[in-house]
Design a protein around this ligand. Sequence first.
Ligand code: GLN
Length: 544
Amino acid sequence: MANTKYVFVTGGVSSSLGKGIIAASLAKLLQARGYRVTIQKFDPYINVDPGTLNPYEHGECYVTDDGAETDLDLGHYERFLNTPTSQANNVTTGRIYQSVIEKERRGEFLGKTVQVVPHITNEIKERIKILGKTGNYDIVITEIGGTVGDIESLPYIEAVRQLKWELGDTNALVIHLTLIPFLSAAGELKTKPTQHSVKTLMESGIKADILVCRTEHELSEDLRRKLALFCNVKQEAVIESIDASTIYDVPNLMLEEGLDKVVLQRLVLRDDDEPNLDKWNSFLQRHKNPTCEITVGLIGKYVELQDSYKSILEAFIHAGAANEVKVTIESIHSEHLEDQTISQKIAHLDGVLVAPGFGERGIAGKIKAVQYAREHKIPFFGICLGMQMAVIEFARNVLNLPEACSVEVDDKTAFPVISLMEEQKTVTDMGGTMRLGAWDCKLVPGSKVAEAYGVEEISERHRHRYEYNNEYKEALENAGLQTTGMNPKTGLVEIIEIADHPWFVGVQYHPEYKSTVANPHPLFVAFVKAAVQQSTKKVNTKVS
Ligand code: GLN
């Protein structure tokens, strides 16, 4: 631990300023200089994890290899750094309290009164240091969710204050992310909210070392000087974070502003070499210079909130760059897909992706979308619930079992082609009890997926309770729905395909969680490639 340095990221003025992206961008720059870096996030809500939350609350629930259901910021960390995160990288207030209360029940506090200070704050400090203690990291960046001044953030701020004092100035620092609003009536950028939020932090005993200022307009030298003087930081520690057209520009913007240098100097770490961002920049080059454009329909029921499908949208950016294609996503609400509108909503698409989801709402529209894509030979990608919908659609319309269903939707169905997994039948707690995290899968040689992955054994992340019912496997296969990926130990079906179709693949797992800038996911890359072919075919048919 002595050698690990700690960087804390707090937020002020407003939420949604992009602390996660700033943390990930700083980590990227430090990694590109050869440092071993990880990022963790503390969320001040009482849910033990976000697994039971509706996506409308905080967006998608991200899943790690070790089966943790986490905040979507961990997705950004992995996509930027290309290193896996784990349960230790995301902790909520609920988890902190749960663990303190369990210790109290075991009598570990030896008769003491258990209090927020020191027991809750000690638990927070332990969980901050846990990653440093592994010896795997030179720098641990800890993002504190919420905004300073919030009642629920107080124990975290106090824990940071104590740690900063214990570790000493050269081992820990605080970056405060704030907003510099632009008042158009006055034509001016305003520093006052930042001054107030830095003061709020001071009231809790923490002096911000670096200010990262979100702004729509460039910060002048005068304004930087004013911020430095009134917020008590060095002028080079006032970092402008101007709105960017893509989050993937932010590491370069932070490099220009010298954020990594200020951090390294303050932590007395080597800062002479320049970060090597060659691979990152070649991705950006491809992302920004596409040779053609395709349109993919994303069929889901949480489409009003883009963050609900964050990892899928980002995986398309990676796969688009790999193919040098601009992928335009058309979000289509599955509840709005009716027989009369389906053709108008789907016919023009180059690819159809049916998204993951839970419950009955919007199911009918998803099945219609699958049928349209299957019958009109539009490349199709079904993820988790999307794969289950593809099995139901095939059973209903090809096997002629019109009542075929998932027991999640109809637990009395006579044809449960998607059924509850055996080990789920006795589950009563909803939190953390799905089939979660990384599981192995063996691919059938010669299949589209084996071709896309280029290997025959893979490991992918899961988050579901229901599964393909093997009792229908033979009938479905004989009718043309191939099973091309299986769990080698349990025989659970992981992947379905249709051979007589340009690209029709459904996966029970979530490939989107493993797509990164450095490693675009092979199935997204293959799906985008198939969609490009579909788009070329459409153009050729129009011309001839
Ligand atoms: N609701 C389905 C299940 O639990 C699918 C879950 C998902 O799409 N992540 O099996």
